[in-house]
Design a protein around this ligand. Structure first.
Ligand code: NAI
Length: 330
């Protein structure tokens, strides 16, 4: 039986992961969940929010499903999410954004995959106070990281039947840093003659996304633009309750929803498990469990198409009612 690390998280994390585990179990796929706790509650017992045992479990199992973990704002411990990405070198942030049945949005035909570089750019965190009135932040773009993320995007396109990979930069202004990213894209692109190429500036992309999102397929971006554009794309398909994500490295992959621990609705049986379920479905595809991925996705779509959804999408189903409806549609 395949072993997968499960981080239940906190806030709404335990409620939505319970729903997702029960749905996967009901599909007939047997997974041996290696449950690992992390976050605020763990600090009191183990002194740190992300104990070595969690990292070791992911390194051993190579794959993890993760519910959200609370990070204190402006104080306290470093984000468990950022730490995980760094420690496991999860260099690719993958966010498929596709319209869901019955989830009303401004556009009907969005099917975009955002591939964001996860390790450098302005997020390297190299900043200094040059003087009292001047702060500086250094943007790092390397050939190694840029080539591997572009290769990831093209490989994803090939393996998932996608036809185009569009690179997003501001290389007209940042000629050296974004210029290097663009240069790496062009070089990698030569190895994929079957995939269409496209280059766009990030400001133009944002305008086009909110006017004609259907023209885009796979997007590959440096870290900062990727962060912003992936939230824009999540908005195009109905927001946080349905936005899935994954952080993928050479050795390991962690699948998680975009949203946080939603402390405002914690313990109320109100949370929408869809984003975590979609992340789990993408995880099953990554594990090559295509039949189960398809089966669960169909059941989810049938449930939504039948008008059953949680309050964030305008419905009145509780987390457990939604879970049971998906299970009965399997
Ligand atoms: P949030 O995403 O937790 O919540 C924002 C709003 O969306 C809230 O009103 C919440 O009720 C709603 N919401 C989020 N997910 C939902 C779901 N599945 N179903 C229904 N409603 C949902 O963002 P917020 O409040 O900024 O962050 C709360 C905590 O989560 C913070 O400590 C933050 O650091 C952490 N966080 C963790 C992430 C992770 O573990 N990957 C990602 C983002 C935030």
């Amino acid at each position: 039986m395949r072993k997968v690390t499960l981080i239940n998280g906190d806030g709404i994390g335990p409620e939505i992961s319970d729903a997702v585990v029960k749905i996967i179990d009901a599909s007939g796929l047997k997974i041996d969940w290696d449950v690992q706790t992390a976050g605020e509650d763990v600090i009191t017992k183990e002194g740190v929010p992300l104990p070595e045992r969690v990292l070791n479990s992911i390194k051993k199992n190579k794959i993890a499903l993760k519910a959200p973990v609370t990070t204190p704002i402006g104080k306290g411990f470093r984000s468990v999410n950022v730490q995980l990405r760094k420690e496991l070198d999860l260099y690719a942030n993958l966010r498929p954004c596709k319209n869901l049945p019955n989830v009303k949005t401004r556009f009907d035909n969005v099917d975009i995959v955002v591939v964001r570089e996860n390790t450098e750019d302005l997020y390297a965190g190299i900043e200094r106070q040059a003087d009292e009135d001047t702060a500086e932040s250094i943007k790092i773009i390397t050939r190694k990281a840029s080539e591997r993320i572009c290769k990831f995007a093209f490989d994803y396109a090939v393996n998932n039947g996608r036809s185009e990979v569009c690179v997003v930069t501001k290389a007209n202004i940042m000629k050296l840093s974004d210029g290097l990213f663009l240069d790496c894209y062009r070089k990698v692109a030569e190895q994929y003659p079957q995939i269409k190429k496209r280059e766009i500036l990030v400001d133009n992309l944002c305008m086009q996304l909110v006017q004609k999102p259907e023209q885009f397929d796979v997007l590959v971006l440096p870290n900062l633009y990727g962060d912003i554009v992936s939230d824009l794309c999540a908005g195009l398909i109905g927001g946080l309750g349905v936005a899935q994500g994954a952080n993928i490295g050479t050795d390991c992959a962690v699948f998680e929803p975009v949203h946080g621990s939603a402390p405002d609705i914690k313990g109320q049986n109100k949370a929408n498990p869809t984003a975590l379920l979609l992340s789990a479905i993408e995880m099953l595809r990554y594990m090559k469990e295509f039949l189960y991925a398809e089966k669960i996705e169909k059941a989810l779509f049938k449930t939504l198409a039948g008008g059953i959804c949680t309050a964030d999408l305008g419905g009145n189903a509780s987390t457990t009612e939604f879970r049971d409806a998906v299970i009965s549609n399997l």
